[in-house]
Design a protein around this ligand. Structure first.
Ligand SMILES: [Zn+2]
Ligand SMILES: [Zn+2]
Length: 254
């Protein structure tokens, strides 16, 4: 399974993940923070399945741009998956004829721009040779983490979340878990903010890692850019043998 965290800054995209988008095997995306700014329209057109973790702007910002870039005047359009709460938020707050034209309504009368597919907790869907299972995590709006299996290996995308349990229970009964992309938003000096926003500090990150099977690599992502050096210093001090600091634009292969 090939995974890329899409870069969202120039220059030096690897070190600054302002927003979140992951591309799997070049054809399936998780979150759309910057997907609409990625590559050529033809490359975006090749991405027909987009899974949203939640409604927050750093995960959905470029959705209207992506839909526009990926659109071709035929029946084959992008399909956007998420919880019913997330999809309702997309309709109400993005495609609302104020922030952007209502592409969802337009899709009923002309070659469609996008289809919405609500997901049920822990009910897997199959797309492009991947089994993708949404698992609720612990954030200030309804949020899914995703367990992605390609028939051989499994990778977990933790989404935005404070301390959580169910996702890690599932991780323990998942064969061939190779990697977990886990948020490490804040340094310990911002514990109050982490608690209020249901994100992790580096200390909380360490506690979450102790719940994850040790064979899996844990890749720290969603580090608040302004605090990146402090967060990385604190993460390294945890001495976790399976820790990697996530880098945008790098090709991960599991
Ligand atoms: Zn969030
Ligand atoms: Zn976020």
């Amino acid at each position: 399974m090939k995974i890329k965290l899409l870069g969202s800054s120039v220059p030096d995209p690897a070190a600054r993940q302002y927003v979140s988008s992951y591309l799997i095997n070049g054809t399936v995306a998780i979150d759309v923070g910057c997907l609409g700014f990625y590559g050529t329209p033809q490359e975006q057109e090749g991405i027909r399945h987009v899974f949203l973790t939640h409604s927050h702007t750093d995960h959905t910002a470029s959705l209207p741009i992506f839909v526009e870039n990926a659109w071709t005047p035929n029946e084959n359009c992008a399909r956007v998956y998420g919880s019913s709460e997330t999809l309702n938020a997309v309709q109400e707050h993005i495609f609302n004829n104020v922030m952007w034209p209502d592409f969802i309504a337009l899709s009923k009368n002309m070659p469609p721009f996008l289809h919405l597919s609500p997901l049920q907790s822990e009910v897997p869907v199959q797309v492009n040779g991947l089994q993708i299972t949404p698992v609720p995590v612990n954030h200030v709006v309804p949020t899914f983490g995703y367990v992605v299996n390609d028939g051989e290996n499994t990778v977990i995308f933790g989404g935005d979340s404070g301390p959580t349990e169910r996702l890690w229970e599932i991780a323990h009964r998942t064969p061939n878990l190779r990697a977990v992309f886990l948020e490490a938003c804040f340094p310990n000096s911002l514990t109050g903010l982490a608690n209020a926003s249901l994100h992790l500090t580096t200390e909380m990150f360490g506690r979450e890692v102790s719940k994850i099977p040790t064979a899996a690599k844990v890749i720290a992502v969603h580090i608040k850019v302004r605090y990146r050096e402090e967060v990385i210093r604190e993460l390294r001090a945890l001495g976790l043998p399976n820790l990697e600091i996530g880098e945008c634009e790098k090709d991960y292969d599991f």
